[in-house]
Design a protein around this ligand. Structure first.
Ligand SMILES: Nc1nc2c(ncn2[C@@H]2O[C@H](COP(=O)(O)OP(=O)(O)OP(=O)(O)O)[C@@H](O)[C@H]2O)c(=O)[nH]1
Ligand SMILES: [Mg+2]
Length: 686
């Protein structure tokens, strides 16, 4: 058959992606059971699936990181990568996509999940990954399939090509007709569907649906178009060839249907992958791999720190062979020597021999490898096949080890967290001594703290990160700072007069001196400046003082008792005593915020921004995103803190934002008083 002519050869790598909770991990389980990799199909509810093996995933009953599982179907090796659906864990999926031959997008007939579907299809479209849609949970279907397709259609830039139609029996779907094969099947639970006669109403529905499918295919095939116009039935092989070609070219997205938790429709999906999905040859072409001779090239799609095996880099071999002892490098660094090649089945690894081109395996002990690296064994490193930057973080928490003795352990654990998931970033705030964890949302940060606890054994406390308040002054003062101590022996003496003045917003701090006749000797002047800087660290309101000019205009010294230390103290005293007389005022950071959202949510977003003291600068259609808007506003930092939570709930989870510091603005009245009081209380408690 011509199918075999186009069938890709070699090991395959397929991503399972799709909106939150659509059934990806269940589908992986069904595939593993159907292909004999596991004896029985586990269930999410029973907590016994190959995917989601971590404590955190089992606990939340959702995927919080990807699962890799290799199995064999009809003599070919397949590695499936089950990606989390939650937008908060989407980084894993994005890093995986360059390595795969195709993706199966698992989705549901659920209006609320269409925006998420669009987001995911968008990634696939941009990375040019051929994709099938697997319309799951059709056991719960309450719409005709055409209606469902209508609902999903706006999510895809290319036509959705219905490949199968359901067979209904008293409002329940009991099987399907495959439009390419022209064969009817009745579902059997956890077994292959049974072929039945295609007759009656099903036969006429099949004709109509098949014609629509062929029409779509014919848009890119003139010969097929002619056959349709002349009413000549196209040969089945030609139809399969077109299906494979148009899928690979990314010009259609075929749609299959099924029920993952009963393993219905799974065998047909596997067969479609076998006959139509591209293989490593096409993927290598897509990525532009240029390996010379026997050089190996591999792409790292995930980094894991396992309790027993240490660091593991999950990689797909794109050229050559990678085995124990292969030394690999990226364009930036030598990453290490492979120590152990493992076949993966979720949390279980099995040591194996060298991995050939197309295989996806875990490579042990590549100490300096990172997710997204393109590694090669040759003398000159291969250029990176992809650059996957994590999405900017949107939510932060401050954390600290409950016990001081865990500080070092916490630091190491945080490095590992970031290594495994670069969409979490760790920032040390030197001013507040806080460790701030930035991530993709509430659940993401919760899972990260659970990992710290469970995997790394560090108990932590979490709190809201401090806002970067500052303070400044509104009027000038001339203030003397005098430090004199004479308690036996050597005394201390320093005496300065400071002219303290406000500066325009954003100027920072300046120090000058106008000392005449050496009343403050030259060698002490820098100490006075140091003292002034000390004094500005905590202003009268409790925050660092900015936008002030301090001029040293007078002073006196003692030939024996004066010292650097004494003048430093005098400088500090001058500032500390002077500032309260300068009408101090609180400054709060204001950021420009850019929000992207589907345009039916724009009005809601505007209301959210106004409710958070945001000043809307304008809105526009989002470039290159049909049906999306981009809203820009100025917003105080204190209001941005948990903005993402409200944004997501107003946009079915898909709205997001970025922010950038713009300026400091004065804040007075009751809100300012509350902030100052809270700061004083915190300082008193410390
Ligand atoms: N009725 C029905 N339920 C299903 C089907 N497939 C999966 N489920 C259920 O849907 C829920 C989510 O399944 P998962 O496999 O965890 O979904 P997922 O897409 O992996 O979820 P995330 O990775 O967290 O996005 C579970 O309760 C499954 O039992 C199906 O075909 N029909
Ligand atoms: Mg899952």
């Amino acid at each position: 058959m011509a199918q075999n002519g186009t069938r890709a050869s070699g090991p395959r790598c397929i991503a399972l992606v799709g909106p939150f909770q659509s059934g990806k991990t269940t589908l992986l389980e069904a595939i593993l059971a159907r292909t004999g990799a596991v004896p029985r199909q586990g269930m999410i509810e029973a907590g016994n699936t190959v995917g989601d093996a971590s404590k955190e995933a089992r606990h939340h009953k959702m995927s919080v990181e990807l699962t890799v599982a290799t199995t064999t179907f009809m003599g070919d090796s397949y590695t499936f990568i089950d990606c989390p659906g939650s937008v908060e864990f989407i980084h894993d999926m994005r890093a995986v996509l360059p390595a795969v031959d195709a993706a199966v997008v698992v989705c549901e007939a659920d209006e609320k999940k269409v925006p998420q579907l669009q987001l995911i299809l968008r990634e696939l479209e941009e990375q040019k990954i051929p994709r099938f849609l697997f319309l799951n949970k059709i056991d719960k279907a309450d719409k005709r399939i055409r209606e469902t397709l209508q609902l999903l259609r706006p999510a895809s830039r290319v036509p959705l090509l219905l490949r199968q139609i359901p067979i209904w029996n008293n409002d329940i779907i009991t099987g399907f007709v495959d439009l390419a094969l022209e064969r009817a099947f009745v579902y059997k639970e956890h077994a292959a569907s049974e072929v039945v006669a295609l007759e009656g109403d099903n036969a006429s529905r099949e004709k109509e649906a098949r014609f629509t499918m062929l029409e779509t295919l014919a848009d890119h095939d003139d010969e097929l178009m002619e056959q349709l116009l002349e009413d000549i039935p196209p040969p089945r092989d030609k139809v399969f060839d077109d299906l494979a070609k148009e899928l690979r070219d990314g010009i259609v997205c075929p749609v299959l249907i099924g029920v993952a938790n009963r393993s219905n429709g799974v065998l047909r999906l596997l067969k479609a992958l076998r006959h139509e999905a591209p293989g490593i040859t096409e993927t290598v072409k897509r990525l532009g791999i240029k390996a010379s001779g026997s050089d190996a090239v591999a792409y790292v799609l995930k980094t894991l720190h396992t309790a027993h095996g240490g660091k593991m880099s999950v990689a797909r071999v794109l050229a050559g062979t990678v085995g124990d002892g292969t030394t690999l490098s990226s364009t930036e660094r030598e990453v290490g020597r492979v120590s152990g090649v493992f076949k993966m089945l979720g949390a279980n690894n099995e040591k194996r021999g060298p991995a050939a081109t197309g295989e996806a395996v875990a490579l042990g002990k590549l100490d300096h490898a990172m997710t997204g690296d393109t590694l090669s064994s040759g003398k000159t490193a291969h250029a990176p096949v992809a650059e996957i930057k994590p999405l900017p973080p949107v939510l932060a928490i401050a954390i600290l080890a409950r016990e001081r003795k865990d500080d070092v352990k916490l630091g190491q654990a945080l490095n590992k967290l970031h290594d495994e998931d670069p969409s979490v970033t760790i920032i040390h705030n030197p001013e507040t001594h806080e460790v701030v964890l930035w991530g993709q949302g509430e659940m993401h940060l919760r899972v990260e703290t659970e990992r710290l606890n469970e995997r790394y054994g560090v108990a932590i406390d979490r709190r809201t990160p401090s806002v970067g308040y500052r303070e400044t002054i509104r009027k000038p003062v001339v203030q003397r700072g005098r430090h004199k101590k004479q308690s036996g022996g050597h005394g201390q003496f320093g005496d300065v007069v400071l002219d303290i003045k406000p500066l325009p917003r954003g100027s920072g701090f300046t120090f000058t001196d106008e000392i005449k006749g050496g009343v403050v000797p030259n060698n002490y002047i820098s100490s006075v400046e140091e003292g002034v800087i000390d004094g500005l660290k905590h202003g009268p309101l409790g925050f660092p003082v900015v936008d002030v000019a301090v001029k040293l205009i007078d002073g006196s010294y003692h030939s024996v008792d004066s010292s650097d230390m004494a003048f430093r103290t005098a400088g500090r005293i001058g500032v500390v005593e002077g500032l309260p007389q300068c009408n101090p005022v609180l400054l709060e950071p204001i950021h420009t915020v850019e929000i992207v959202c589907p345009n039916d949510a724009t009005a809601k977003i505007n209301a959210i921004l106004s409710g958070r003291r945001g000043q809307i600068l304008g809105f526009d259609t989002r470039e290159g995103w049909d049906g999306w808007d981009c809203v820009r506003a100025m917003m105080p930092e204190s209001e941005i803190g948990d903005l993402i939570i409200e944004l997501r709930s107003a946009t079915a989870g898909v709205g997001s934002y970025t922010f950038k510091f713009d300026h400091m603005a004065e804040l007075s009245g009751k809100p300012a008083d509350q902030i100052v009081a809270a700061r004083k209380a915190a300082a008193a408690a410390a």
